[in-house]
Every structure is written in structure tokens, then in C-alpha cells.
Design a protein around this ligand. Structure first.
Ligand code: BGC
Length: 726
């Protein structure tokens, strides 16, 4: 994959294990196991069963681990690194010394943008990481997450989330890498490789097409054709399995065309195992097996739900095993064949061998406390946050002069901890207000007030906001969402800023003081009501533990913003769903109110403090045969006054095809760095496979003919030319 060629992967062991040694070892272990011990490997102990709040119970752990256990849900989350590691060691000691099977356990946790166990480094939220368009950075982020996670005795990350965000009303858009299958695949592969290079099992989720229910509803039913699944919703999963070799995968809560994803044999066996050669184990989403009985109602008991899921190809029920706990009985009654149980146990054992748990199931508490959220990782979190922010508007006010006389910092997200969904705890978080305070000179006067809450109708704080803004040279308004207004099971039907935040912006702007808006949020917001009243807008997303310092570095020009949007921002909620790579339409694709230019900001959009000019797009050769490849080059010059990064994006359109193709599709991107006045030639190579699509039988084909290629700074602005495939 692009940008990752230099990354060395620790995949050697996997190759060794894939052959004889691993299989022999598994056969040997399996041969000694009772059916109860086997089933125990497919189940998970809920953390509350062995831990009451912050008290770990040795006695309860021993009782639950009698037959061994496959998995344990995030039991270490409330403990600091040192204490957590000690508990992990105690659990493993019980498993390998006191349980009948003597098999070590896998402890899992969430690692979306940092391990959720207390005291880990918190990086910017996934949607922010994707805005960097920097897979190499993503690899390093995931490697740090992996190191902190494994060092403290956690072995499986229920991450990354790689669902495609085609409807930005969905509450979990913040957890995704955006709307594009190619960008999502690149980011997913980098994340998984980084995590697994530290021997933490990655779990791309939620398979499949979750987050895309009607109107963006969480885990809602979906009705997608096989074509759209394969073209849009599958590629990142396929890349995660085939290219990054993820060891696990999570089945989704949703249903597709009437079949729940957690009991869908076509998804979990035919596509995943038979087509993509997945060798790891599939875990349920939390409670999704029970959901087959309780909500989808395709089973008449929990036991039947377990049977349906297992037979479809789902191997482990988490976080507790209300359904899979019946499996041993079902085998004894002849209702499930033991060979299906063996198949799933083999997959779990293969993972445990790869993790090295049989050699050494223990971790070092001292190392964990040294590594987790150490200074080096915090400094990297700062750099990452700076690379993830997207400048959406700037009339020239930014960057602010460091000698500015006075600043009013206003807004409900200015001095609040906002890390986004699936964030850890116990680390120091720098808010935007603190970041600005850290960066201003002694002479600059700083005023602060919240103005209003994120989601409240109370305007009593407005008068103070207006009075400090009127006295200041600039107002920095930090607004957006919070865990109250978006996130899991919190989808939105209106993308305006919640509460009275839009009125706050207008009241402050009416003072005549220039306004810089900083958005802290996880999906698109609509801004038609206030866009023209403000001078600059910086999309900071949920920016991680160093977010406040990163915002300040950008606002004061120590860093030049270079993030690009991984989702389309609509002008109005009524336009949704809205994504750039739609199919052509015989009529205009626009609504009357937005005819001509419909997104507020297109996919791939983001400004810089400098200007990048694109010239001389060339393809060579102009015709190429199926075996060859084609080079597309463009000159990019930094024609402004700041040095900076630019993400050069390449989109392709098949001009005539037997099956309708999207109006454009991202096929390549490259991040470059240029000093003022400097120019460079950026060259991309495309191969035949980049031009392929599925025929009626879902076989990949390419058809000769003309293709349009566009290279530019976002999905709507670029230089175009054509080439021919012979
Ligand atoms: C989410 C998963 C998550 C699990 C455990 C579920 O509600 O859908 O993404 O891994 O909870 O935290």
C-alpha cells in the first residue's frame, strides 16, 4: 500500500504458525480438552463478574475460570497501568495454574483512539485521524496504542471501526474513517498493522454495513444490493483481512436484507472465510447473539440464537455468554456437531499462540507504568492532533499575531474535556482555553466565559460573552457537540449546532469583533445560518489529550493546517445522504435550494495558510495495455508565504462502462511538504486493477476505453485529463 512500504511488519511468526507447527500444537491441545473446556474458549467472562467497581475478586475469578475461559471483557479499565497489569497477571496465573484446561485468557478492551484502560494516551478521534490522510502517521499512532495496550496485559482491541459513513446524521460517524472505501481501507490497514506489530489482536468492526440504517439510524436494518455491499461497504474489511491480516473481526448488530449480520452465513463464512481466506476468529458485537432472539426474533431461545450464530461462522460471544453457554448441552443432545465447536476453538487457540500467551502470559507492571501516556507519546499526540485539524474558512484573520492585545475565548466546548466516544480516563487533557493560555504572550489579555451549554436553551450567559467579546481584539468561539448530543445510539436528525450555540455565535459576531470558530465535534455540522458572520472556521474534531495545545499552535501559526475532510459537509440536513462518489443521474442530482454547488464543503476539502498551485497534468503513456501501468503526474507549487503540507488527491471516472460507475472515485493520494516558492512533481502509478469493477456475476473486470483522471486539492477542484486502456 501507499506510504507504508518502509514499515517493517512483524508477520514472520504468523507465517511460521500458519504451517505445521501451529496446527500440530493446536491438535495436541484440542485433543486433551473436554467439551466444557472447549466451549469455555468460545465464551467470555463479563468484567463485573470478577470485579466490583475497583475491587478485583480472586475468589470469583477462580470460580469463573474453572474450565478456563476464552475471553474476558474490559476488566482492567478502571485501574491505572501498574495495578491493572498486576490484575492481568493474577488472572493469567489462575487460568494457567488453577483452571482445568490451563489455557491463558485473552483480555479485550476498546482502542479506537487510545486504549480505554485508565491512564493511556488519548489520540484524536478516528474521524480526525482520517482527516490527516496520512497512513504512515496512523501506523505510528496504532503502534503506540498497541504497545500501551499489550504492556498492561490487554491482548485484543475491539478496534478499528471501519464502517463507511455515508449518512452523517449517524451518531457514530466520529468513530469512522469517513465516507470513502479507499481512504478507509488505507487507514484501516495502517491501523491494524500498527496494532498487531505490538502483538495486539485487531478487530475491525462492525461487519457489515452497520451505521447505514435508514436515515443514518444506529444499527438499523439495511437493504443493500450485493453490488453496493461489495463496492462500498466491503472493501475496507477485505483489505483488513487480506492485506493487514487482522486476527479478529466483529459481527454487527444490524440486519441486511432481512438477515441479521450476526447469523449471516453468506457474510461470515462464504465471503469472509471462503473468499477472503480469513483465519482468525469472529466475535459478536456486545449482545448481538442474544439480539437474534431478543430483537431480530429469528431464534426462539437464547440457545437457538447461539446455534444459529455459531453455525453461520461467529466464533465467540461477548461480553457475556448467555447463548454460547448452552453449546455444550446442545452438543450432548446431538443438536450441534462437535466439529463446529472444534473449528471455532481452533481459531481461538491459533490467536492465543500468535499472541505468545502459551510461552508467557504475563506482563510487566513497571514497564506498563513507564510507557502508558509517557511524555514521548503525549508529544506525539500533540503532533498528530495538529495534522488532523481542517481549516474550513479563513478570510485572512488566521494565523493570529502572537502580539495580539486581547482575546475572548467563549463557548461550551472551550474549557470542557471532549475526547469523543470510546475515550479513556485518568490522563491530563489540555482544553482549548488552556492551550491558548499556554501560548499567549504575557502582554495579551485573555477573557473567558462559557456563554451557554452545548444543549440547553438558557441564554443568560450571553451578556457576559458579548461584553468580553466587545472588549477583545478577537473572539475565539469554541462550539460543537458532546457525548450528550452525538455518539453511539445518539443519531441526529438536525445537524445545526445544538442548543443556542448558533445564537451565541450571532450575538458575539454582532459586536463587530472578528470571530474565529473552533468546532469540537465528530461529524458534519450545518453552518448556513452563521457561516457568513464569522471570519474563520477550524474543524478540530475531538482532538485528543493535547488538543488544546494543537488548536493554539494552529491559531497562532506555529503549525500550518493541512487536514482534509473525510466526509462531505452538506449545507442542509435535508440533502442527506450526500457523498461524493455517487452514481450519475439522468436529472440534476441537486435540490432546488442548493443547485449548482451542493455541499458546504466537499469530500477532501481543507485550506492551508499558504496556496498550492497545480499545473501540467500529464499521463504517460496516454494509452496503456492491460499488463502495463500508467503514470499520472502533476506539478504542485507552494505559491504562498508559509511552508506546509498538501494532500494531493487523484480521482478516476470510467467514461463508458457496461455497468454504471460512480461520477468519480478516489484512487490515490499523497501528502507532500513544500516551502514557500518550492515546487515538486507528484507522480502516481495506476494499474489495471485500479480501473476494475464487478460484472453481473461479481467477477472483477476491466473494460477498454477512455478514463478521466482528476488530480487536485479536493474532490471538486483539480486538473483533468484522459487516458485510454487498450
Ligand atoms: C458497540 C461496539 C463495542 C461494544 C463494547 C457495542 O455497543 O457497538 O462497537 O465494541 O459495544 O464496547
Amino acid at each position: 500500500m501507499l506510504n507504508l512500504v518502509r514499515v517493517k511488519l512483524n508477520e514472520k511468526n504468523r507465517e511460521i504458525y500458519r504451517g505445521g507447527i501451529m496446527d500440530e500444537r493446536i491438535k495436541e491441545i484440542l485433543g486433551k480438552m473436554s467439551i466444557e473446556e472447549k466451549v469455555a474458549q468460545l465464551t467470555c467472562i463479563e468484567r463485573n463478574e470478577i470485579c466490583e467497581k475497583e475491587h478485583f475478586s480472586q475468589e470469583k475469578a477462580e470460580a469463573h475460570l474453572k474450565n478456563g475461559a476464552g475471553h474476558i471483557s474490559p476488566v482492567l479499565r478502571p485501574f491505572d497501568p501498574e495495578q491493572g497489569t498486576k490484575i492481568s497477571n493474577e488472572i493469567q496465573k489462575i487460568a494457567v495454574e488453577k483452571s482445568s484446561s490451563k489455557i491463558p485468557v485473552i483480555i479485550h478492551d476498546e482502542c479506537l483512539h487510545g486504549c480505554m484502560a485508565k491512564g493511556s494516551t488519548s489520540f484524536p478521534q478516528s474521524i480526525a485521524l482520517a482527516s490527516s490522510w496520512d497512513p504512515e502517521m496512523m501506523y505510528r499512532v496504532a503502534k503506540i496504542i498497541g504497545k500501551e495496550t499489550r504492556t498492561r496485559g490487554i491482548h485484543q482491541a475491539l478496534s478499528p471501526t471501519i464502517n463507511i459513513a455515508r449518512d452523517v446524521r449517524h451518531g457514530r460517524v466520529e468513530e469512522t474513517y469517513g465516507e470513502d472505501p479507499y481512504l478507509t481501507s488505507q487507514m484501516a490497514v495502517a491501523f491494524i498493522k500498527g496494532l498487531q506489530s505490538e502483538k495486539v489482536i485487531a478487530t475491525p468492526k462492525h461487519f457489515a454495513a452497520d451505521f447505514a440504517g435508514d436515515g443514518g439510524r444506529d444499527s438499523g436494518p439495511t437493504f443493500f444490493s450485493e453490488r453496493i455491499l461489495r463496492e462500498v461497504f466491503f472493501p475496507a474489511f477485505k483489505a483488513s483481512i487480506m492485506e493487514a491480516k487482522a486476527w479478529s473481526l466483529m459481527a454487527a448488530y444490524n440486519s441486511i436484507n432481512g438477515i441479521p449480520s450476526s447469523s449471516n452465513k453468506w457474510l461470515l463464512t462464504d465471503v469472509l472465510r471462503n473468499e477472503w481466506r480469513f483465519e482468525g476468529f469472529v466475535v459478536s458485537d456486545y449482545g448481538s447473539v442474544g439480539g437474534l432472539y431478543r430483537s431480530h426474533r429469528v431464534a426462539n431461545s437464547l440457545a437457538e440464537a447461539g446455534k444459529l450464530a455459531l453455525e453461520a461462522g461467529l466464533d465467540i460471544e461477548i461480553p457475556a455468554s448467555f447463548c454460547f453457554s448452552h453449546l455444550a448441552r446442545l452438543v450432548k443432545e446431538g443438536k450441534i456437531s462437535e466439529s463446529i465447536i472444534d473449528r471455532a476453538v481452533e481459531r481461538v487457540l491459533r490467536g492465543k499462540i500468535w499472541l505468545g500467551l502459551f510461552e508467557n502470559p504475563y506482563s510487566d507492571p513497571e514497564e506498563a507504568s513507564l510507557i502508558c501516556d509517557c511524555d514521548k507519546h503525549r508529544q506525539f499526540a500533540l503532533k498528530v492532533a495538529e495534522k488532523c485539524m481542517v481549516l474550513l474558512k479563513n478570510n485572512g484573520i488566521l494565523p493570529l499575531s502572537k502580539d495580539i492585545g486581547s482575546i475572548a475565548v467563549i463557548g461550551p466546548n472551550a474549557d470542557a474535556i471532549r475526547l469523543g466516544g470510546y475515550s479513556g480516563s485518568g490522563m491530563k487533557v489540555v482544553t482549548v482555553f488552556e492551550g491558548i493560555k499556554n501560548h499567549i504572550s504575557k502582554r495579551t489579555k485573555l477573557y473567558f466565559t462559557e456563554g451557554c451549554k452545548v444543549n440547553d436553551r438558557d441564554k443568560s450567559g450571553f451578556s457576559k460573552a458579548v461584553s468580553i467579546a466587545a472588549r477583545a481584539d478577537v473572539a475565539i468561539l469554541v462550539v460543537g457537540n458532546s457525548a450528550e448530543t452525538e455518539g453511539e445510539n445518539r443519531d441526529r436528525c438536525n445537524l445545526n449546532l445544538p442548543g443556542v450555540q448558533e445564537d451565541l455565535i450571532k450575538a458575539v459576531a454582532d459586536t463587530g469583533t472578528p470571530v474565529v470558530v473552533v468546532l469540537i465535534n465528530g461529524s458534519a455540522v450545518t453552518m448556513a445560518n452563521w457561516f457568513d458572520s464569522v471570519d474563520a472556521i477550524l474543524e478540530a474534531w475531538y482532538p485528543g489529550e493535547e488538543g488544546g495545545n494543537a488548536v493554539a499552535n494552529i491559531v497562532f501559526g506555529n503549525r500550518n493546517p493541512a487536514g482534509k475532510l473525510p466526509i462531505t459537509f452538506p449545507k442542509y440536513t435535508g440533502q442527506l445522504p450526500l457523498y461524493y462518489n455517487h452514481l450519475p443521474c439522468l436529472r440534476t442530482y441537486d435540490y432546488v435550494e442548493v443547485r449548482g454547488f451542493q455541499p458546504m464543503f466537499p469530500f477532501g476539502y481543507g485550506l492551508s495558510y499558504t496556496q498550492f498551485e497545480y499545473k501540467n497534468i500529464k499521463v504517460s503513456p496516454e494509452k496503456f495495455s492491460k499488463k502495463g501501468n500508467i503514470r499520472v503526474s502533476v506539478e504542485v507549487e507552494n505559491a504562498g508565504n508559509y511552508e506546509g503540507d498538501e494532500v494531493v488527491q487523484l480521482y478516476v471516472r470510467d467514461i463508458v462502462s457496461s455497468i454504471i460507475r460512480p461520477v468519480k472515485e478516489l484512487k490515490r493520494f499523497s501528502k507532500i511538504h513544500l516551502k514557500p516558492g518550492e515546487k515538486t512533481m507528484v507522480e502516481f502509478t495506476l494499474e489495471e486493477s485500479d480501473l476494475s469493477f464487478f460484472d453481473e456475476n461479481f467477477k472483477p473486470i476491466t473494460e477498454p476505453g477512455l478514463f478521466e483522471v482528476m488530480v487536485g486539492k479536493n474532490s471538486t477542484e483539480g486538473l483533468k485529463t484522459t487516458f485510454e486502456l487498450k
